[in-house]
Design a protein around this ligand. Structure first.
Ligand code: ATP
Length: 347
């Protein structure tokens, strides 16, 4: 069921349209990431869901009820900001109990709930310490515990992990996802990190210029991007201009046999580097020259010139020991791995 519905939401700040007619449904219990480059409107959208900004137009509904005019503190949601906004003069226990206190909970109930929440975020027994005695990752968990103290219907997080170093961030991604799955709480996270979005969410909403480019599962968005923007933003993509030709699609480097182009004129296709096949010899439909190779640990990345196009291929290590910069090879772009973009998106 769609617990949260956004219907044609627009937000303008003077001449700037931060969010431009966004409609989307978030099913109960799902983990959704709002993903996109800086300035695309992610935070503004999250703040409108939270009640911290008013939409210029459009409706926000929670379980069918329009909540545009419901103040933030009555929306039954928990929120974690990038800054965490923990109170340094309060103990950890007091920080976590704060939202319960302002709702009038008594001391014993608060203490019991704080213990429960600290267990849940795997920090048992630290309620009497101060915030300054915690590491970055521990503070993150305290902020999460505080946001979940009132058992919210919606859990909203704005770049919650961006201040952490890479290793800790990955560990926290797993923890956050496990916690969300355990609690079954509808969660919306703003991030500009596509790996983070892909690895945590049930659904990702890829945004650009205040609009939704695509809402889909991570694998769907990766495999079948709805636009060149999505293809390029999620991981690496070879974006190549092609035209319909006899037996396939033609590009500057040769032919992609079997790829049907349902349009006349030039269109863009996208093919992921791991789908590009590099073979020794020059017998294939596309000849290419290697211009750069780098070892990436679990893969090797091969940059090739094919006609006037630059193509990147990823291959397993050791699979291509004989390839060097300057070697001429043959390339295959499997038609089933190519996404064709028409005037209005992917086909
Ligand atoms: P980032 O990843 O950098 O935080 P974002 O995708 O979250 O970016 P928003 O913060 O939502 O983007 O901003 C979207 C646009 O709206 C930007 O052009 C921004 O400058 C503008 N904007 C946001 N808040 C305000 C405001 N209070 N007043 C004026 N313009 C604003």
């Amino acid at each position: 069921m769609s617990g949260l519905q956004l219907a044609d939401i627009t937000k303008r700040f003077g001449a700037v349209t931060a969010v431009d007619g966004i409609s989307l449904n978030v099913d109960d219990g799902t983990f959704v990431c709002l993903l996109g480059p800086s300035g695309c409107g992610k935070t503004t959208l999250l703040r409108m869901i939270a009640g911290l900004e008013d939409p210029t137009s459009g409706d926000i509904r929670l379980q069918g009820d329009r909540i545009n005019d419901t103040p933030a503190h009555k929306r039954n949601l928990g929120m974690v900001f990038q800054s965490l906004a923990l109170f340094p003069h309060l103990t950890i226990g007091e920080n976590i109990a704060y939202p319960l206190r302002i709702r009038g909970a008594n001391r014993a109930d608060c203490e019991a709930r704080v213990r429960e929440l600290l267990d849940m975020v795997q920090l048992p027994g630290i309620e009497n310490r101060t915030i300054t005695q915690l590491s970055g990752g521990q503070r993150q968990r305290v902020a999460i515990a505080r946001a979940l103290a009132v058992s919210p219907q919606l859990f909203l997080l704005d770049e919650p992990l961006s201040a952490l170093d890479a290793k800790l961030r990955e560990a926290m991604q797993v923890e956050l996802r496990q916690l969300q799955q355990r609690l079954g709480i509808t969660t919306i996270v703003v991030t500009h990190d596509q790996r983070e979005a892909m690895s945590m969410s049930d659904q990702i909403v890829v945004m650009s210029n205040g609009k939704v480019e695509q809402m889909a599962s991570p694998i769907e968005a990766y495999k079948r991007p709805a636009s060149p923007f999505v293809a390029d933003f999620l991981g690496q993509a070879n974006l190549i201009k092609v035209t319909k030709a006899d037996g396939g699609a033609a590009f500057s480097g040769g032919l992609i046999p079997g790829l049907d182009i349902p349009y006349s004129g030039q269109v863009l296709i996208s093919v992921r580097p791991e789908d590009v096949v590099v073979a020794e010899g020059e017998d294939g439909p596309v000849k290419a020259d290697i211009v750069f190779i780098r070892e990436m640990g679990s893969t090797i990345e091969i940059h090739l010139n094919a006609g006037s196009d630059r193509v990147i291929a990823l291959a397993p290590p050791k699979s291509h020991c004989d390839l060097h910069v300057g070697t001429s090879v043959s390339l295959t772009l499997p038609p089933e791995a190519c996404v064709v973009f028409g005037p209005e998106g992917a086909h």
